[in-house]
Design a protein around this ligand. Structure first.
Ligand code: NAD
Length: 252
């Protein structure tokens, strides 16, 4: 099975940009580069994709708007597919997300609602709006978090959103399997991206976070993108409804 089209949310930087680059390297031809507001970063991703022979399609939307944002992304992506002569979506990577670190004492309704909208509501409705355009044998991967396995009292709203996404994708996996479509999550540990920019460069923080991993370092966006690339290839055809730990063996 050859895959030609992929939509990736949050592909302007971090894990999403690394995934877009890896998928272009694996031969995907049309790549939807969704981003929130940093058009320059999205253009940088697009330039890398072009240099690898892929055609990037930039799609702007704020996932904090929930379902309407999801509908707008699906509409723009489906129009791009038709304009470039493709029949549908081969690969959908739901990557965009926000951290929203909050403990039980800190929990506030606004932050909670925003985290759920970006990390759970918008991704699930994007899958809903894309469902008809998914090609048989397609691949869906969502980026969850190792915190669905490892207790993180500092990240309550975040963990709830990602655990919800894992559960919803597991629930939909049998239905989509009837069309040969696989649905999986990856669950990264601490990765060197802007998501952690507020603390990772503080004295000793990087080393301390690295010690959580069995390999003694924090992960790179490419460490996760490689696993996503496998899960979006034909080689992963016998895996669905699963969450693949990509924490570098953190807190085993
Ligand atoms: P990042 O901050 O570099 O990238 C996040 C991406 O999501 C960006 O492209 C950003 O534009 C997009 N995004 C954020 N809010 C958005 C919104 N409201 N609307 C649309 N897009 C929005 O961080 P990253 O580490 O590359 O994060 C990618 C995914 O990996 C996220 O889902 C995150 O939860 C998950 N993750 C990251 C880590 C880590 O340590 N970095 C660990 C576990 C899971």
């Amino acid at each position: 099975m050859t895959y030609s089209t992929a939509l990736i949310t949050g592909a302007s930087r971090g894990i999403g940009a690394a995934t877009a680059t890896a998928l272009a390297g694996s031969g995907i031809q049309l790549i939807g580069v969704h981003y929130r507001r940093d058009q320059r970063a999205a253009e940088d991703t697009a330039t890398r994709l072009r240099s690898l022979g892929a055609t990037p399609i930039l799609i702007q939307a704020d996932l904090a708007e929930g379902e309407p944002a999801a509908a707008a992304i699906a509409k723009a992506w489906n129009q791009a597919l038709a304009a470039h002569g493709y029949s549908g979506t081969d690969v959908f990577v739901s990557n965009a997300g926000i951290n929203g670190a909050q403990s039980l004492a800190e929990l506030d309704p606004e932050t909670y609602a925003r985290v759920q909208a970006v990390n759970l509501t918008a991704p699930l409705f994007l899958l809903h709006h894309l469902a008809d355009s998914l090609n048989d044998g397609g691949r869906i991967v969502a980026v969850s978090t190792g915190y669905t396995r490892i207790a993180a009292p500092t990240h309550l709203a975040y963990t709830a959103s990602k655990a919800g996404l894992e559960g919803a994708l597991r629930a939909v996996a049998p239905e989509l399997a009837q069309r040969g479509i696989t649905v999986n999550c990856v669950a990264p540990g601490v990765i060197d991206t802007d998501l952690n920019a507020d603390w990772i460069n503080q004295a000793g923080a990087r080393e301390g976070a690295g010690r959580l991993s069995a390999f003694g370092r924090i992960g790179t966006p490419e460490d996760v993108a490689e696993v996503i690339t496998f899960l979006t290839s034909d080689r992963s055809r016998w895996i669905t409804g699963q969450t693949i730990d990509t924490t570098g063996g953190s807190l085993l």
